[in-house]
Design a protein around this ligand. Structure first.
Ligand code: NAP
Length: 251
C-alpha cells in the first residue's frame, strides 16, 4: 500500500540500536523520513535496514552530550529532510550500583546524557520546528521515574527530570504548536538491560510482578512512538505515557 507523503523529517537520537532503532524503522514503515542521529554516524547498526525503507532513512553523526554536535546534526537533518517535523529524544545511558558508593562523576554522567542531552536537543530543535510550523517532541523517559529502585538512583532521578522537562516545554511551547510527550516504558529487553534481565533470579522476581506476564518488546514501544507522531494529538501534551504491562499500578 502506498504511504502518505509526510512533511519534514523526524530526528531520532540514539538510533543505532534498541528502542531508537526500532522506532526509526517503525516511523519509516509508516511513511516518515527519519534522520538517525548516532554517535558513530552510521545510522541503524543493530539490524539491517530493509531495502524498501532505506530511501527514507538518513544518518547524521551526533553525540547528545556535545551541544555543537546536536545543533549541527539537527540543522543538517532539517536541511536534508525538507524541514524538521519532530524529534524522538531517545539516547540514554544507565548505570546501577549502591547509592552509598555512587561516584559524583558517574551520577553526573547519567544526568549529562539523559537530562542535559534531552534539554539541549529540544532547545536546538525549537527554532527548526517553529520554521516548520510547529511539531512534536517525544522524550523517552522510564517507569523508574515514579519508583524507588535500589541501586538506580542516578537513572531514576534522570528520568524523573525528563518528565519535568516534558511538562515545562509542553506548557511553554503549546502556543507555538509544539507538542511534547514523555513515553515511559517498563522492562523492554534491549542492550541496556539484556545481561541483567537474562539472570534467572531477576526473571523469577520480575515476571510475576508484571500483570501482562512478560517483558515488553522494542516494537511495542516503537508502535506507540509512531502513533504519537502519526496522530499529532496536540491537546494531549506534557503527559507521561506509561507502557509497563501494568507493573507499576498492580496492587
Ligand atoms: N530498555 C528498557 O527497558 C528501557 C526502559 C525504559 C526506558 N528506556 C530508555 O529508552 C532509551 C533507549 O534505551 P535502549 O533500551 O534502547 O538502550 P540501548 O540499546 O543501550 O541504546 C541506547 C542508545 O543511546 C545511545 N546513546 C548513549 N549515549 C549517547 C550519546 N551521548 N549521544 C548519542 N547517543 C547516545 C546509544 O548509542 P551508541 O550506539 O553510540 O552507544 C544507543 O543508540 C533510553 O533513554 C532508555 O533510558 C529503556
Amino acid at each position: 500500500m502506498a504511504k502518505r507523503k509526510r512533511q519534514g523529517i523526524i530526528a531520532v537520537t540514539g538510533a543505532s540500536r534498541g528502542l531508537g532503532a526500532s522506532s526509526a524503522l517503525e516511523l519509516a514503515r509508516r511513511g516518515f523520513t527519519v534522520a538517525c542521529l548516532t554517535r558513530a554516524g552510521k545510522g541503524i547498526e543493530e539490524v539491517p535496514v530493509p531495502k524498501r525503507l532505506a530511501p527514507r532513512i538518513i544518518a547524521e553523526r551526533c553525540d547528545v552530550t556535545d551541544e555543537r554536535s546536536v545543533a549541527r546534526a539537527l540543522a543538517a537533518a532539517a536541511q536534508r529532510g525538507g524541514g524538521l517535523a519532530g524529534v524522538l529524544n531517545n539516547a540514554g545511558y544507565h548505570i546501577r550500583g549502591p547509592s552509598a558508593e555512587l561516584a559524583t562523576e558517574d551520577f553526573e554522567a547519567v544526568q549529562r546524557t539523559n537530562v542535559t542531552g534531552v534539554f539541549v536537543v529540544a532547545r536546538e530543535a525549537y527554532p527548526l520546528l517553529l520554521a516548520n510550523g510547529g511539531g512534536m517532541i517525544v522524550n523517552m523517559g522510564s517507569f523508574f521515574d515514579r519508583l524507588g529502585v535500589p541501586q538506580n538512583l542516578a537513572y531514576a532521578a534522570s528520568k524523573a527530570a525528563v518528565g519535568a522537562i516534558t511538562r515545562c516545554l509542553a506548557v511553554e511551547w503549546a502556543a507555538q504548536g509544539i507538542t511534547v510527550i514523555n513515553v515511559a516504558p517498563g522492562y523492554i529487553e534491549t542492550n541496556l538491560n539484556r545481561e541483567f534481565l537474562s539472570r534467572p533470579a531477576v526473571r523469577e522476581y520480575l515476571l510475576p510482578r508484571i500483570p501482562v506476564g512478560r517483558l515488553g518488546t522494542p516494537r511495542e514501544v516503537a508502535r506507540l512512538v509512531a502513533v504519537l507522531f502519526e496522530e499529532k494529538l496536540h491537546y494531549m501534551t506534557g503527559e507521561t505515557i506509561y507502557m509497563d504491562g501494568a507493573q507499576t499500578i498492580a496492587h
